[in-house]
Design a binder for this molecule. Structure first.
Ligand code: UDP
Length: 355
C-alpha cells in the first residue's frame, strides 16, 4: 500500500518517529514536509535524532496568517496527491498541515487517517481546535489516544471509523526518556542541577500574541524563586523582543534563556526538572509520563486525564495560582493514561485492517 504522510511542525516530527519506521516495514510511505516549521532547530534536528525518514517532498510553505498558510498548503498538496496517487493519506494532530493534508486528500477521494483524533479543548478561539474538528469530520479512520477522545467523537457523530490506539508520543517518550534522563549536558549548559529547576515552554498564540497576556507570562517567570529554563520558541522570542521584554528576562539571574532545543536535550531537561510550566499540548503528556508534575499556562486542556490524576494544574496566566501550583505535591499514584508505548504498532494495524 502507498501512504502519503503530511507533516510540518515540531510535534508532528515527534509523532512520526513512532509510526513511519514501522509503516515502512510493510508499506511504501512518502513523507511530505509542508515547511510550517523549517529552521534546523525546529525541524532538521528532529529527523536526525528521532530517525524519522527524510521527507520525499519539501513544500517550503511557512509564514502568513493561518488562512493564507492553509490555502497555500492546499494548493500545493492537491497536485502532489494527483501525482503520487496514494491509497491513504496520514495526518497527525491539529496544525495547518493536518487540515490541509486531510482536506486535499478528502477532495481527491483518498481515504484520510487522522492520528491523535478526537482531542478537544472546546475553545474555538484556538486555531488548533478548528483544525482538529475539521480534520476529524473529513477523516475515514480516526485513531484516538484516549477514551475521552473516543467519547468526544461519539458525541459529534463523526462519519469515519474510530479506533483507540493510545498515544504515539508515549511510544517516543518510552524510547528516549530513559537515556535522556542520564544525559546531563543540557542541564550543565543551562547551569541547573537535577530536581532543582522549573522547565518552561510557551508558544500558544493566545498567550504570546497578545501583549497583555505575554506580560503576565513574563511576570510569572520573574516571580519564581528558583532557576527556570526557558527554551524560546521563535514566535515567543520574536514577541518578547518586539515588546522589549527579552532583555528584562535575560537580565534576571534565575531565568536561563535557551534557543529551541533538540528532542534529546529538551527531554534531558524535562525528565530532570522539579516542575514543568507549559502551554504545550505534547509537553503536558511528556511531563506526566516522566513523573514530573506539570503546571499548565492555559484554562483548558485536551489532556484532561492528567488533571484528573492530580499531576497537572491549569492556572492560565494567573501569577498567584501558578506560584501555588508549583509548590503542590502530586499524588502517590500515577496510572497509565495514554497507552503502553505500542500505539505506533496499533496505528499500522488499524490502517492495515481498514484498507
Ligand atoms: N520540544 C523540543 N524542544 C523544545 C521544546 C519542545 O524538543 O525546545 C518537543 C517536546 O518534547 C514535544 C514537542 O516538542 O515532544 C512539543 O511541541 P510543541 O510544544 O511545539 O507543540 P504542541 O505539543 O503544543 O502542539
Amino acid at each position: 500500500m502507498k501512504i502519503v504522510t503530511v507533516i510540518g511542525n515540531r510535534p508532528q516530527f515527534v509523532k512520526a518517529a513512532a509510526v513511519s519506521r514501522l509503516l515502512r516495514e510493510a508499506h511504501d510511505e512518502v513523507i511530505v514536509h509542508t515547511g510550517q516549521h523549517h529552521d534546523d532547530e525546529l525541524s532538521a534536528i528532529f529527523f536526525a535524532e528521532l530517525q524519522v525518514p527524510r521527507p520525499e517532498h519539501q513544500l517550503h510553505i511557512a509564514g502568513g496568517t493561518n488562512t493564507e498558510q492553509t490555502a497555500r498548503m492546499l494548493g500545493a498538496i492537491g497536485p502532489l496527491l494527483q501525482d503520487e496517487a496514494p491509497d491513504v493519506v496520514l495526518v497527525y494532530g491539529d496544525t495547518n498541515s493536518t487540515v490541509a493534508g486531510g482536506l486535499a486528500a478528502a477532495q481527491a477521494r483518498i481515504p484520510v487517517v487522522h492520528v491523535e483524533a478526537g482531542m478537544r479543548s472546546f475553545d474555538r478561539a484556538m486555531p488548533e481546535e478548528l483544525n482538529r474538528v475539521l480534520t476529524d469530520h473529513l477523516s475515514d479512520l480516526l485513531l484516538v489516544p484516549s477514551e475521552t477522545a473516543q467519547a468526544n467523537l461519539a458525541r459529534e457523530s463523526v462519519a469515519g471509523r474510530v479506533v483507540l490506539v493510545g498515544d504515539v508520543m508515549v511510544d517516543v517518550s518510552m524510547m528516549f526518556q530513559p537515556r535522556a534522563r542520564t544525559e546531563l549536558r543540557a542541564l550543565r549548559d543551562a547551569g541547573v542541577e537535577p530536581g532543582a529547576f522549573v522547565l518552561c515552554t510557551a508558544h500558544r498564540a493566545g498567550n504570546v500574541d497578545v501583549p497583555e497576556r505575554l506580560r503576565r507570562l513574563v511576570d510569572i517567570l520573574l516571580a519564581l524563586d528558583e532557576p527556570v529554563v526557558l527554551p524560546l520558541h521563535p514566535r515567543t522570542g520574536a514577541r518578547l523582543d518586539a515588546a522589549g521584554w527579552l532583555d528584562e528576562l535575560a537580565g534576571a539571574d534565575h531565568v536561563r534563556l535557551a534557543p529551541p532545543l533538540g528532542y534529546m536535550a529538551f527531554t534531558a531537561l524535562l525528565t530532570n526538572a522539579r516542575r514543568v510550566l507549559t502551554d504545550s499540548g505534547g509537553v503536558q503528556k511528556e511531563a506526566y509520563f516522566a513523573g514530573v508534575p506539570c503546571v499548565t499556562l492555559r484554562d483548558t486542556t485536551e489532556w484532561v486525564e492528567t488533571v484528573d490524576a492530580g499531576w497537572n494544574v491549569l492556572v492560565d496566566l494567573d501569577l498567584h495560582s501558578a506560584l501555588t501550583a508549583l509548590r503542590e505535591t502530586p499524588p502517590a499514584a500515577r496510572p497509565e493514561l495514554y497507552g503502553d508505548g505500542r500505539a505506533g504498532e496499533r496505528v499500522v494495524a488499524a490502517i492495515d485492517a481498514h484498507t
